[in-house]
Design a protein around this ligand. Structure first.
Ligand SMILES: [Zn+2]
Ligand SMILES: [Zn+2]
Length: 393
């Protein structure tokens, strides 16, 4: 299956991870629920009476595809149950990159989906309309045949394999349908929309139920888009809270400031008055943090009706201040003596019986502890010789 604008690469590692989740899912969901899901997708489950009161479609999906966040999957063609007898087609999982701005305001994406559909002329029989298929002569309608396995020239056993003549259907076609040339399926382009709602979490899965590739005699799988939040240059996100680093000058740190300190995700400037409300004499240090309530991400709720009524609830915006010290160039331009008279005085000597004048150079903390070379060599020898042993411990 192909998509515009995104096409996902095949990733064997992600596939393995997914098999793991699928195995866990098998344990979590009882067979009856699973069967309904296989046949009818989510619609089959929301009909009620299924799987007890504790299983909602969303819960089931979390079981199926894992919770929010986590590693990103980049592959198509996962079918729940893997090698089990399939009644439902494969799901297609597609990563979809979104910016923080898009997640803040929400976005509707229109795209062309190219998918395999059951031929409408022959309804997926592959035969000329009006003709009836006949029983497969190779498997006598069973769909499977016995096959012998030979090892080293000797026949060692039998196994059941899918009939290669009828591909397991048990039927063969007398005369091929002209539209699909007997293939039973064709390609179709379909316009679809995915609705990225404001505040959706990173890793959220948007599911187009039943929009997967169609195959005859089988319910189509789903097309799933997994939101991948791109890194933002000004904001970090944690749930519905945002964090921004804001640099202020030494003058602002000492004397206060009132200015637009950042551009929010919807383009609004956020003005900050450091001297507001009993804050008149506060000096800002690097690492000081303020929180602006209600200026975080919109709070997204699974139950859309709840979030649509009333004002949008939002998380908080944390601002972390960092004080920029002036440059040496700036110091050249001022009256240093006057400045010294204004600033708090320096500290006196620490009392000591013997005092030595320090000789120093610029340092680098990554070199801290490097002088102790013998200890490091021993460590390296040890790990090289005993690497297998270490791994087993
Ligand atoms: Zn056809
Ligand atoms: Zn056959």
């Amino acid at each position: 299956m192909q998509y515009h604008p995104d096409k996902n690469p095949n990733n064997p590692e992600a596939h393995a991870k997914f098999q793991e989740i699928a195995a866990a899912y098998e344990v979590l969901v009882d067979d009856q629920t699973r069967e309904m899901y296989d046949q009818f997708g989510l619609d089959g489950l929301s009909g009620g009476g299924m799987g007890g009161p504790g299983v909602s479609p969303e819960d089931l999906f979390e079981h199926l595809f894992g919770g929010g966040g986590g590693p990103s999957f980049g592959f198509a063609g996962f079918g729940p149950g893997g090698a089990r007898r399939r009644r439902r087609g494969e799901d297609s999982i597609n990563p979809y990159e979104v910016t923080l701005e898009e997640l803040y305001v929400g976005k509707t994406v229109k795209m062309q989906l190219e998918k395999t559909v059951v031929c409408n002329a022959c309804s997926g029989s592959g035969g000329k309309p009006g003709t009836k298929p006949k029983q497969c002569s190779r498997c006598e309608g069973e769909g499977v045949i016995m096959s012998t396995r030979a090892v080293g020239g000797a026949t060692v056993g039998f196994s059941r394999i899918t009939c290669p003549q009828c591909k397991g259907s048990g039927k063969t076609i007398r005369e091929k349908d002209r539209q699909c040339k007997g293939e039973k399926v064709g390609k179709e382009r379909k316009r679809v929309e995915i609705n990225i709602e404001a505040g959706m979490p990173d890793g959220h899965r948007i599911v187009l139920v039943g929009e997967g590739d169609q195959e005859p005699d089988m319910a189509a799988g789903d097309v799933v888009f997994v939101l991948q939040q791109k890194e933002h240059e000004s904001f970090e996100r944690s749930g519905s809270d945002l964090l921004a680093h804001v640099r202020i000058t030494l003058s602002e740190a000492l004397l206060g400031f009132s200015r637009v300190i950042l551009t929010h995700l919807d383009g609004r400037g956020i003005r900050f008055d450091s001297r507001r409300q009993g804050n008149e004499k506060k000096i800002y240090k690097s690492g000081d943090t303020v929180v602006i309530k209600g200026e975080g991400m919109p709070v997204w709720k699974k139950d859309r009706r709840a979030s649509m009524s009333g004002p949008v609830e939002k998380g908080d915006l944390f601002v972390l201040f960092e004080v920029e010290m002036p440059t040496e160039d700036w110091l050249e331009t001022v009256d240093v003596q006057a400045l010294k008279a204004l600033l708090p005085p320096g500290k006196p000597d620490i009392p000591a019986a013997v005092v030595e004048e320090a000789k120093f150079e610029a340092g680098d903390l990554s070199a801290f502890g490097d002088g102790d070379e013998d200890a490091w060599e021993d460590e390296e020898d040890y790990s090289a010789d005993d690497s297998t042993q270490c791994r087993n411990q």
